[in-house]
Design a protein around this ligand. Structure first.
Ligand SMILES: N[C@@H](CCC(=O)N[C@@H](CS)C(=O)NCC(=O)O)C(=O)O
Length: 222
């Protein structure tokens, strides 16, 4: 079945990246088809009940929602990306949900029109991150093994890297570059191969195109 997997994607989507990291980690052969979310093809709208990516097309049919896709891939790929112990597995799922909530706040941050709204969301993200970090058992979230939860936070840290390198925005006081967990997961092959080469420039363009408060924090005008 491996070579029949196709991930329908949008190049900047962190939920797509989550599924791709899982595919890469497990080593499942797959194709990626990028679509333009501003101009969704009819065939995509017929496949996707939510109109959102990622959608995974398999020989048996389609699956949507990144967490569901990731869990399915982990199961069919005999992956070990979640703990065996039911309680620990549930805690990972809880913190994966928390990570999805952080992605929602990141979107609020880059869409915030005023400094007050921006700063409120930035502080909330800062507190969320501090809370997650307090549970990390390095080098990865849960010790020596890279797991699904690391894939989720890898996609979050990418935003923070762009916020720090191109904008005057800090989510981690000491710098995301100095956070060991982030360094460890960002350097991972599966993580690096989950994005296109021009990802950082494209994300930067996307952020500026919001015409929101974040544009005023860019290091140098484009
Ligand atoms: N809960 C969904 C969220 C996916 C999502 O928000 N995808 C965005 C791109 S990052 C999307 O397709 N947006 C298109 C739209 O809302 O029209 C998941 O985890 O898969």
């Amino acid at each position: 079945m491996n070579n029949t997997l196709k991930l329908i994607s949008f190049d900047l989507c962190p939920y797509v990246q989550r599924a791709r990291i899982v595919l890469n980690e497990i080593g499942l052969k797959h194709e990626v088809e990028y679509i333009d979310l501003k101009n969704k093809p009819d065939w995509f709208l017929r496949l996707s009940p939510t109109g959102k990516v990622p959608v995974l097309s398999t020989k048996e049919g389609v699956i949507f929602e990144s967490s569901v896709i990731s869990e399915y891939l982990n199961e069919v790929g005999s992956g070990k990306l979640l703990p065996d112990d039911p309680f620990l597995r549930a805690t990972h799922r809880s913190w994966i949900e928390f990570g999805s909530g952080m992605l929602g706040k990141i979107s609020q941050l880059y869409n915030a029109k005023t400094e007050v709204d921006f700063e409120m969301t930035r502080k909330s993200l800062q507190a969320d991150l501090a809370r997650v970090i307090s549970d990390v058992q390095s080098p990865f979230y849960h010790g020596e093994k890279f797991q699904m939860i690391d894939a989720v936070y890898a996609t979050i840290f990418r935003y923070f890297m762009v916020f720090e390198s191109r904008y005057k925005i800090k989510i981690v006081e000491s710098g995301i570059e100095n956070l060991d967990w982030s360094k460890k997961i960002s350097g991972r092959d599966s993580v690096q191969k989950s994005i296109k080469e021009d990802y950082y420039d494209r994300l930067d363009e996307f952020l500026l195109s919001r015409s929101s408060f974040i544009s005023t924090l860019r290091f140098e005008a484009k």
